[in-house]
Design a protein around this ligand. Sequence first.
Ligand code: C2E
Ligand code: MG
Ligand code: MG
Ligand code: MG
Length: 286
Amino acid sequence: RGKAERVSEPCFYDAAMDEAVREQRNLTSDLRAAIGTDQFVLHYQVQARGDGDIAGYEALARWTHPARGTVSPGHFIPLAEQSGSIVPLGNWILRRACLEAAKWPEPFRVSVNVSPLQLADPMLVSTIRDALDESGLAPDRLIIELTESAIIRDREAALNALSAIRDMGAGLALDDFGVGYSSLDVLRSFPFDRIKLDASFVSQIEESRQAVAILHSVAELGKSLGMVVVAEGVESAEQLRIVLENGCGAIQGYLIGRPAPDLADPEAVRATVRRSRLRDRNTLVL
Ligand code: C2E
Ligand code: MG
Ligand code: MG
Ligand code: MG
C-alpha cells in the first residue's frame, strides 16, 4: 500500500502502548542482566516408566525477578528469543542442567528444552559437547527436547545439528507432539528417539474416544519406529491408566510430580503409578 494511504489510518499509538513497550524493554534488559545470577534456577519434573521407576527429569527454567517476583517461562522464553538472549540463557541452562544431573543417581537422565533459535545457533553442538565434558555427565544421560517449529526453519541445518547430537550419544525428544504441525515426515526424516505427546491432547482422553484412538496409534507408531512415547501433562489416575494401557512407555505430569528444585521421592512416584495402573475402572463406580 502507498504511503499516503497509511498516513490516513487512525493512530493506535497511545500512552498505554508506550508504557507496555517500555515495560517489555525493561524486562528484556533485566533478563539479559539476570543470566548467570541466582535469579535463574532450574526446577525438575519427574518422568516415570510404566512400572513406576523413575526414568529421569525435565529441567524447567524459573526466573524470580527482584521486583516482579516469578516470571513464567511462557513469558520470558519468547522474550529471550525476540531479544537474542536465548542463546546465552540456553547455554547457561544446558551447562547447569548437566552439572546438576551429574550428581544424580546413575540411571536418571535429564531432559533439556532447546528453543528454535538455539537450534539455529551454529555453536549449539559444541555448546552441548562442552556442557557434557565440563560436567562429566555421560552423553546418554542427556536428552534434548525440541518442538517441530525448531526444525522447519532450516531443515538441512536442523538435520545436521540433530545428527551430531545423536552421534554424541545424547537422546532427542520431539516435544509437544500432537499440536501444531505434527507431520509424520518429521518422525521419518529426523533422528528422534522419543516423542512427547502434548498435554492438551492427554487432557482429552477421559472424554474423547477419538483422542484415545489417536493416542493408541501414536504409541504404536512410536514403538514400531523404536521410539519411546512419553505422555505429558498426566494429571489424574484415570489418565495415567489410559495412557499406559494404550502403549505409552513413560509419563510426566502433576499426578506423579510437579516441577520442583529437589528430586521427587522414588517410593512415592512408584506407589502413585502402581496404584493408578492397578485401578479397576468398574470398582470406581461406588
Ligand atoms: P514444555 O517443554 O512442554 O514443558 C512442560 C510444561 O508443562 C511445563 O510448564 C510444566 O510445568 C507443565 N506441566 C507439566 N505437567 C503438567 C500437568 O500435569 N498439568 C499442566 N497443566 N501442566 C503441566 P513450564 O515450566 O511453565 O514451561 C512451559 C514451556 O516453556 C515449556 O514447555 C518449554 O517449552 C518452555 N521452557 C521451560 N523451560 C525452558 C528452558 O529451560 N529452555 C527453553 N528453551 N524453554 C523452556
Ligand atoms: Mg519440554
Ligand atoms: Mg511439552
Ligand atoms: Mg510446551
